[in-house]
Each structure stands twice: as C-alpha cells, then as structure tokens.
Design a protein around this ligand. Structure first.
Ligand code: ZN
Length: 383
C-alpha cells in the first residue's frame, strides 16, 4: 500500500523526457512508481488528475521571504508552497549579520523547502531604495565583510547555495561602490566554491564589466530587465559578451520582480535564440499583488511568448534542480526522488497580464495550481 496515488493525469517530467498519460505514486516521502494508467499499486489517498498536468514540485530560484525583517519579505507558505512552489531559494534577503534569524524563524519554521543565496552585505535586504530615506546595502562597504560571509556559509552549507549581490547605482553610493563590492562577492564565492547570483538593473558598470567577473555556474538574474546594464544594445541586439558568458556556463535567470521583466526585451532576446535557463519570480511584497502574482503566472508569460510547455516546465523543475546541484532529489518524478508534485490546470481564454514597464498583453493560455504535494502529502488544494 502506497501513501498517495495521482492518477489519470498528463505527467510531464522534463528530467526524464516524459510527457504522457501516466500515474505516479508516492511512499515514505519518495516517488515510488510511475506507471501506465491503472497499473499502479493501491494507495491510502488518491487524486484524480483527469484533464490536469502532473509535474514535479516547482522550484523558484529567486524569492524574498524574510517576512517581518526585510521590508521585501513575504511569508513563504501562502505565496510559494500553496501556489505550487515546493522549493524556493531566497535571493539575498539575509546577510551574515541577520542569517541566524532567517534560518531559525523562516527556513526552520516554514513548510516550503527553503534555501538561500547569502547577501554579500551583512545587513542583507533590511534596508533598500524603497525606504524613506533610501539606504542601499552597498552604500557603506563596511557592511561587506568577506570572512564573516565565508564563516556563515561554512556553518550553513546545507542551506546556503551561493552569494547574492545587487549592483544598482541607488544601492551602492551612486555606483561608486559597485565594483569594489562585486570583487568582494567574487572573493567570497571563490573562497567557498559557490556561485554568485548578480542583479544588474541600473548598474553603472555596464554588463560587459559585470560579466567579466562571472564564471561557470554564476547566475545573472533579472535577465530581461529594460534598465541600464541590460543584455541588449541600443539596436536591441544581444551584446556579444552575453553569448560568450553563456558559452562558459553563466546562467540566465528571469527574476521577474517589480522592475525586471519586459515583454519586448524577452521577445527580442529569444528571437536571437537566447533563452533563459531558469524562470523565477523574484516574488516579494511589492509585486505579489501584481505584476508577478505567483510562479504559475510567470510561467504563463513565457507560454505567451511562444515557449513550448515542456521547455517552460524544465525551467522551473529539472534545470533549477541542476543549478542547485539537486537534480536527483528535486525537480523530477524519477523513482526515488523527493515526493513533491504540482498539479496544474492549463486554462484557455483571454487574460491581460502586465510586464514591469507598463505593457499589457493578452495571453490565451495560462497555468493555475490545483493540488500541491510535498513529501508525499497534499499540502494545498484549489478548485
Ligand atoms: Zn530579488
């Protein structure tokens, strides 16, 4: 007898190149079997996924969930887990000085499986350009202590997966601290063997100078923003340094956010055969009520831009799992993997969705989470 059976669905698991009518069952917190419809063992609980998509639990590589400490923070369970994201990576809300609180009160207290990129600034995102008066985490380089960051990482390697830095003029003393801060982030990343996730909108450095400091496995988030230091030149051509960075293994991550996703930039870039490696939301307090809403809506924007459904789902399952070096445990429904699944409805109709530069487009199909399974247990259900 297994714990849970999901039957009659269209199972899509990009890690195994599967897209077929298949049943999947779970036992003891792991995927127990994937079989032809009706061939699975009995289970104590059954979900009928007729007309629905059954996919691995979604992974969001960029969220802000340091609720009640960072002004960006939102509680992870209602915004991630209940909306289909079983695993989320907080992108730099905590730096070394506030990390113990993030670990104790957020990671350990949440049902969502959480990891983090540690902010190179020890104060993390406790301040920011949105406060009055605005104070950036790189405004004062005394907040960047490489040995404190390295020690924090060494003590929390089970949860810290990389270093985060935000390079923007208004967060880094008008831009003058951007390069020194980037070099300190590089030093911490090299000392720990972890990747850096870089935010570049409004950077005064220009993307070529930023990319020159990025190595294989590093992540350029907000890849489709329309501010200074973007991936397109003034003629809307992808700059050559971006292609060179991709060749050497730099990842492009969407990080939609409140100011970092332009339909036009995304479309022009994908027309030039550059696709993002991962689709992430950058979900936080200032975009939760729109234009981001949730992961399913963010994926839907890529379906609207012409991305194939399987390709889009790989960018929220198998690819981010590989990015965080957990491809056998997460982001797949292989037998033995962690028993996380998201059951989605592919809806058709007309829906208006906005990007972050005020452009509204009408999309004709979108995804909505219906059931969320984590660790073999149904943790959310929507009708
Ligand atoms: Zn962010």
């Amino acid at each position: 007898m297994q714990d849970l059976l999901i039957k009659n669905g269209r199972l899509i698991d990009p890690a195994q190149n599967l897209d077929a009518p298949l049943d999947v069952s779970f036992a003891n917190g792991q995927v127990a079997a994937v079989t032809a419809p009706g061939k699975n063992a009995q289970a104590s609980e059954t979900i009928d996924a007729q007309d629905l998509l059954v996919v691995p639990g979604l992974i969001d590589l960029h969220v802000h969930v340091f609720d009640a400490v960072s002004h960006y923070g939102i509680p992870p369970d209602p915004t991630c887990l209940e909306r289909g994201v079983t695993t989320a990576v907080d992108a730099g809300s905590a730096g070394a000085a506030v990390w113990p609180g993030f670990r104790k009160f957020i990671i350990e207290a949440s049902e969502t499986r959480l990891y983090a990129m540690l902010n190179i600034s020890r104060i993390g995102l406790v301040t920011g350009a949105e406060l009055d008066p605005p104070v950036g985490e790189l405004d004062d380089l005394r907040h960047l202590n490489v040995s404190a960051a390295v020690q924090c990482i060494e003590e929390n390697r089970d949860k810290i997966l990389g270093i985060k830095i935000r390079l923007s003029d208004n967060l880094a003393a008008g831009g003058e601290n951007e390069m020194p801060a980037l070099l300190l982030a590089r030093e911490a990343a090299d000392a720990t063997g972890l990747p850096i996730m870089i935010h570049s909108p409004r950077s005064t450095l220009g993307l070529p100078a930023i990319l020159a400091e990025m190595r294989s496995g590093d992540i350029l988030t907000h890849c489709f923003h329309a501010h200074e230091s973007g991936i397109l030149d003034s003629n809307m051509k992808v700059i050559p340094e971006v292609r060179a960075a991709i060749e050497r293994g730099v990842h492009l991550d969407v990080g939609h956010g409140k100011g970092s996703f332009s339909y036009d930039v995304a479309r022009k870039t994908m027309d030039q055969e550059i696709t993002p490696d991962t689709i992430s939301t950058d979900l936080h307090r200032y975009n939760l009520a729109g234009p981001v809403f949730d992961m399913a809506t963010t994926i839907s924007k890529f379906l609207h831009l012409g991305m194939d459904l399987n390709d889009a789902l790989s960018r929220v399952t198998s690819i981010p799992a590989a990015t965080i070096k957990m491809k056998d445990e997460l982001g797949t429904l292989k037998v033995g993997a962690t028993a996380d699944a998201t059951i989605l409805r592919l809806c058709e109709g007309k829906r208006k969705l906005e990007d972050t530069v005020g452009k509204v487009e009408t999309i004709e199909q979108w995804l909505e989470p219906v059931y969320v399974v984590k660790g073999g247990r149904v943790v959310a259900q929507h009708n």
